[in-house]
Design a protein around this ligand. Structure first.
Ligand SMILES: [Zn+2]
Ligand SMILES: [Zn+2]
Length: 174
């Protein structure tokens, strides 16, 4: 499933006229190693489409769900997210105008790229499953949130290892 385009022929050329459309669908392949937009939960919301001289102005709030992996303890979790959009779609955008989305020549508005861009900007680089996540122990790998690490590791400095051997020898001789 993707996001269906909306027929906006009734709006084009009638500045001031507006209409709300309900958008619902899913987007594939949006994500990073630690954060992806779930495809089995819909991206959904209402978009107000306003006819303006330049084309169609699309405004609204869309909800979706991210599947995330905690950057500290690697726990997988989900987080709902909503993004606000406010974008212009134009029949004849300037080739170098990145802020404007093209309208289909037949009078269809395809919101998919706009939705992709909006959620893409919200992908977290370093998600935390909880703001006070304790993370994994660097010595034993135990999850500190679950008390898996005893927390009493004696951290031996490798520079002292030889000295410990010498001391051990001395103890054996006496
Ligand atoms: Zn965590
Ligand atoms: Zn540990």
């Amino acid at each position: 499933m993707t996001i269906d385009p909306a027929d906006v022929r009734d709006l084009l050329g009638h500045p001031g006229v507006s209409r709300t459309v309900h958008v619902r669908g899913s987007l594939d392949g949006l994500g990073t190693e630690v954060a992806t937009l779930k495809t089995d939960e819909p991206v959904e919301g209402d978009l107000l489409l306003e006819s303006v001289v330049e084309g169609i102005l699309a405004t609204g709030t869309l909800g979706g769900t991210f599947a995330l992996r905690c950057a500290r303890c690697l726990k997988e979790f989900e987080q709902p997210l909503s993004v606000d959009v406010h974008e212009l779609f134009s029949i004849s955008p300037e080739p170098d105008d990145d802020d404007v989305y093209p309208l289909g020549t037949q009078g269809w508005l395809d919101p998919e790229q706009m939705v992709r861009d909006a959620f893409g900007l919200e992908l977290p680089f370093s998600p935390l499953h909880s703001p006070d996540c304790q993370g994994l122990c660097s010595v034993c790998g135990g999850d500190r949130n679950l008390g898996e690490c005893p927390g009493d590791h004696v951290e031996t400095d490798p520079r002292w290892a030889d000295l410990e051997l010498v001391l051990h020898d001395l103890e054996e001789r006496t």
